[in-house]
Design a binder for this molecule. Structure first.
Ligand code: IPM
Ligand code: MG
Length: 362
């Protein structure tokens, strides 16, 4: 567990209670080790991620990550900023496939900024490439130019294999859902986008001809997500477009406070993959420590760990159901508050979810 900064630790505390419940009531126990990451690690060790913490992350079945960052670290060296820890974990663990489901709980259909009929029943999955593209491409940096001005450089670069392996994840997941994949890039402007389109098509035609594939330009994809989101099933896209499109998709579900994610590596011979689970929301320093944070995205991220790392689908379903019932019962944290509902703190929300688990299994 790497709770990190801002609202990370308080959201993670509620996950602990779910874990305690599993231990107490279902005799499922986890070996847990907790470490510092991001600004918290920078304060203690002068680096947002120590080699020791990285080592442990590489060895564990699943890393549960809270959030990193805050204004107090705005001026630290670029390579030492809290976010660098997250990027290093993703890269060193080779977590190339980032699953970001956007599911609209019925009780929250009215909390979305879109009309309820557009988002009610929404269930889409964004598969974001997570270890390549402009986030990691070389050359990069800020350079001084001969004329005294400066130049900022980042490089968008993808190899065929980087594209094919994430495409396979998307097609494979689509088969277990509604069998439709939209692949999103800017093939009309970028060569890396053209390669993306060609490689995805190749994987489709040779390995997944039974899955429906559509190519969509990333700008149009953003527009279609807010125009008619239910036309989508799985969207596969690169690191940067995936970052943006998943924030857009998050708002369809009512709040960024609701969205979990799983970052997965390649499966080994035993079928195990390195994995890190984290809420899509950030550290929200403005509300940290006030009991205002919504712990659901972090709890749902743990639910994804139950599903993808621990092979406990029954418990994962149970957790989803408990959250659905608590929302249907009218409890809301501030971010999803609606008229007539009961506004509750982070802790009361966690409490209610554990009580609901208890009720569902009584
Ligand atoms: C996300 C975040 C990160 C990203 C930041 C915190 C580095 O926005 O996980 O979506 O850009 O990938
Ligand atoms: Mg983001």
């Amino acid at each position: 567990m790497l709770p990190g900064d801002g609202i990370g630790p308080e959201a993670m505390r509620e996950v602990r209670r779910v874990i305690d419940w599993l231990d107490r009531r279902r005799s499922i126990s986890f070996d847990i080790d907790e470490g510092l990451v991001g600004g918290a690690s920078y304060e203690a060790h002068g680096t947002p991620l120590t080699d020791e913490t990285l080592e442990k992350a590489m060895r564990t079945d699943a890393v549960l990550f809270g959030a990193v960052g805050g204004p107090q670290w705005d001026n630290v060296d670029f390579e030492l900023r809290p976010e660098a820890a997250l990027l290093r974990l993703r890269k060193e663990m080779d977590l190339f496939a980032n699953l970001r489901p956007a599911i609209c709980f019925e009780a929250l259909a009215k909390a979305s900024s879109l009309k309820p009929e557009l988002v009610s029943g929404l269930d889409i999955l964004i598969v974001r490439e997570l270890t390549g593209g402009v986030y990691f491409g070389e050359p990069r940096g800020i350079e001084n130019m001969p004329n005294g001005d400066r130049r900022g450089v980042n490089t968008q670069v993808y190899t065929g294999e980087e594209i094919r392996r994430v495409a396979r994840v998307a097609f494979d997941l689509a088969r277990k859902r509604n069998n439709l994949v939209h692949s999103s890039e800017k093939a009309n402007v970028m060569e890396s986008g053209l390669l993306w389109r060609e490689e995805v098509t190749k994987v489709h035609d040779t390995e997944f001809p039974d899955v429906q594939l559509q190519h969509i330009l990333a700008d149009n994809c953003g527009m279609q997500l807010v125009r008619e989101p239910k036309q989508f099933d799985v969207i596969v896209t690169d690191n940067l477009f995936g970052d943006m499109l998943s924030d857009v998709a998050a708002m369809l579900t009512g709040s960024l406070g609701m969205l979990p994610s799983a970052a997965l590596g390649m499966r080994d011979a035993q079928g195990r993959a390195k994995a890190m689970y984290e809420p899509v929301h950030g550290s929200a320093p403005d509300i940290a420590g006030k009991g205002l944070a919504n712990p659901i995205a972090t709890i749902l991220s743990f639910g994804m760990a139950l599903r993808y790392s621990y092979d406990l689908p029954e418990e994962a379903d149970l957790l989803d159901k408990a959250i659905e019932n608590v929302l249907a019962g009218g409890l809301r944290t501030a971010d999803i508050m609606q008229p007539g509902m009961a506004k509750v703190s982070t802790e009361v929300m966690g409490d209610a979810i554990v009580r609901e688990l208890e009720k569902l299994t009584a």
